[in-house]
Design a protein around this ligand. Sequence first.
Ligand SMILES: NC(=O)CCC(=O)C(=O)O
Length: 273
Amino acid sequence: MASAFRIALIQLAVTANKVENLTRASKLISEAAKSGAKIISLPECFNSPYGTKYFPEYAEKIPGQSTESLSKAAKDNEVFLVGGSIPEEDNGKLYNTCTVYNPKGEMIAKHRKIHLFDIDIPGKFKFKESDALSPGNTLTVFDTGFCKVGIAICYDIRFAEIAQLYCKQGCGLLLYPGAFNMTTGPAHWEILQKARALDNQLYVAAISPARDETASYIAWGHTSAVNPWGEVIAKANHEEKIVYADIDLAYMNEVRQQIPLQHQRRHDLYQVL
Ligand SMILES: NC(=O)CCC(=O)C(=O)O
């Protein structure tokens, strides 16, 4: 299997019309596949506006309308597809859930956001995802044949331990479907991706919806990918766009040899279990 491959990060313009979101996502997935992408990711909450008042209305069982559409898109285009996330309903509870498909359209992973986005920055920004959602309780790694990929959703990027565990499990790429906002986005979105990439010497990408100034939650956008040296290698502004990044695992291994963190850890003093 090739050690270099292309990924596509779809900064989708999400609207209040679910069918329109699904149709647009499928069209852009197809365009990305034609441009050579082998792994394609959608943003957090790609089928619904992001907000606690929308989650109950847009929530679906899995499998359901949105995941059937993702499965078909993966199969039709023969790609690995990371379905951003959707509000999921299961047993009377709601989750922020990412599903992943192989090139045959089979669902190979289902990941529920672990850390719910509950923050309060007085006078600037407040959000309480736990008003509507329940947290997931599992970490998720899947294999693509190119490399192992770790998944976490948005706010989860702030918890360095998840990335460390994924690195320990052999991931070369971490994907974070996310939707930062106009307060924390400019302050932290890129720095967090660089931090996770540098700490673990691997590729990191974060995939946002496009910005909609009329929405109740305005996403920062700036979908991007960072390499194991901590450099931003691909980046959108805030409009709808497919961002392509070339992942080179030989380069990742070079960086790991040059700065051999993996062999220098003092496990006698600390450990990520
Ligand atoms: N959807 C989210 O989890 C947003 C996270 C965010 O904006 C942050 O600052 O963290």
